[in-house]
Design a protein around this ligand. Structure first.
Ligand SMILES: Cc1cc2nc3c(=O)[nH]c(=O)nc-3n(C[C@H](O)[C@H](O)[C@H](O)COP(=O)(O)OP(=O)(O)OC[C@H]3O[C@@H](n4cnc5c(N)ncnc54)[C@H](O)[C@@H]3O)c2cc1C
Length: 384
């Protein structure tokens, strides 16, 4: 990453300090801009979807249900995360150990379909085709013996799997905390406990106070529903389990007829996240009995050791999604709106931050590697 200060150093207001707001603020500061953050919640905690997320960075597994853009931006983020985490100079749990996709016998057709989609979509991505041949270990179906080598306790109930060696996950709480610390250390201003409803191209207003900026960026996630057309919430529930009788070290996805269930090892204290439901609703209420039954049944069907596990926490939140479930950067009355990160906020935020920062540094002459991200004309004319 370039650390050269840009000639058009700007004073930028970012409203919403979830994962997108924080990461973008940090990236812009690396480019020499001055940043002020606003959030309705305290700095240390809150209701951002980012605090509920499981932290999976799984572009290959997402291919089944997502556009190629998500895969391509996800691959870029997968490169950026370890580089940027190193620059944060802090202990942030980042695990690039790969993931396994499995199914019970009755859901085998879903696994076959997953493999077909994976092969079909990977064949469409020229860059990845080259990297798969030249440098990256390929995603592939593996035998029972190979599964046993990777995860013996998964192999006791499952006979085959699809192995996605590049995939990773991170500790979302650690990332949110570390980003806040770095931003404050590096001189960002932060207005916490400020619910912002009035913002414009060059100002942010709360109560009688009005702050002026060269540019304002709206990263409020679902909090921007009034101004971002078509934005909706997609409910997700997950459970944190403490399971001393389970010893699984990789991310596992279980094909399930209603949603793809995943198990994410926390890397400490025998803790595992199991999630997540995906329900078309913006209900933020507590976990339902039906969802708890589904998640726990899935966990038990994956490994009998979950029968004695403790339920440490249940979490619910809503993912901010646009009608096509893709992220978008728009302009509304001069305000740059970044929204629609849906189920991919951690997977996509570095790639989006990089693209938006380039746009801010270079203006309408900027070129983007992900052209459809930007939904405004002046920029689209310059697409590569
Ligand atoms: C159950 C679940 C599991 C998930 N798992 C993953 C995963 O494994 N991997 C992955 O990549 N993604 C995952 N996600 C998705 C991810 O959490 C979201 O895509 C991401 O958090 C969206 O980022 P954001 O910054 O746009 O919004 P948020 O993280 O929600 O942040 C928005 C911020 O804006 C603030 N705000 C809102 N309104 C106002 C206002 N009026 N004034 C001031 N501030 C305001 C909020 O307080 C918040 O801090 C998951 C989501 C859920 C619900």
């Amino acid at each position: 990453m370039s650390h050269i200060l840009v000639s058009n150093q700007q004073n930028i207001g970012i409203v919403g300090a979830g994962i997108m707001g924080r990461l973008l603020a940090w990236r812009l500061m690396q480019s020499g801009h001055k940043v002020t953050l606003f959030d309705k919640d305290p700095i240390e905690q809150g209701n951002a979807a980012a605090y509920t997320a499981a932290g999976m960075l799984t572009p290959f597994a997402e291919i089944e249900s997502a556009e190629l853009l998500i895969f391509q931006m996800g691959m870029r983020s997968l490169q950026l995360w370890p580089e940027w985490l190193k620059m944060f100079n802090a202990e942030v749990g980042f695990y690039q150990k790969g993931s396994l996709v499995i199914s019970h016998a009755q859901d085998k057709a879903d696994l076959l379909r997953f493999n077909q989609q994976l092969n079909y979509k990977l064949a469409q991505d020229e860059q990845v085709k080259v990297r798969l041949v030249e440098e990256m270990e390929r995603p592939r179906q593996i035998s029972h013996d190979e599964l046993f080598e990777l995860e013996p306790e998964v192999a006791s109930r499952f006979h085959e799997a699809t192995w996605l060696p590049q995939e990773a996950w991170l500790c979302t709480k650690c990332v949110m905390k570390t980003l806040a610390e770095r931003l404050l250390e590096e001189g960002a201003s932060w207005y916490a406990h400020k619910a912002i409803e009035q913002l414009g191209e060059n100002f942010v207003q709360f109560g009688r106070q009005r702050l002026e900026f060269d540019r304002v960026i709206d990263c409020r996630g679902l909090g921007a529903r009034e101004t971002v057309k078509g934005l909706r919430g997609v409910r997700g529930e997950l459970l944190l389990l403490e399971a001393p009788d389970v010893n699984i070290s990789r991310l596992v996805r279980l094909m399930h007829p209603r949603y793809r269930l995943y198990l994410v090892p926390k890397g400490r204290d025998n803790l595992y996240t199991i999630g997540a439901t995906q329900i078309e609703s913006d209900d933020m209420g507590p976990l339902t009995v039906r969802s708890a039954l589904e998640l726990l049944t899935a966990a038990y069907s994956l490994h009998p050791g979950f029968s004695e596990a403790r339920i440490v926490e249940s979490k619910t939140n809503c993912r901010p999604a646009l009608s096509n479930n893709l992220p978008q950067v728009r302009k509304s009355n001069g305000v740059l709106q970044i929204n629609g990160l849906y189920r991919h906020g951690f997977l996509l935020a570095p790639a989006i931050a990089e693209e938006v920062c380039r746009y801010i540094d270079q203006g309408d002459d900027a070129k983007s590697a992900f052209e459809s991200l930007f939904q405004f004309e002046s920029f689209q004319e310059n697409f590569v």
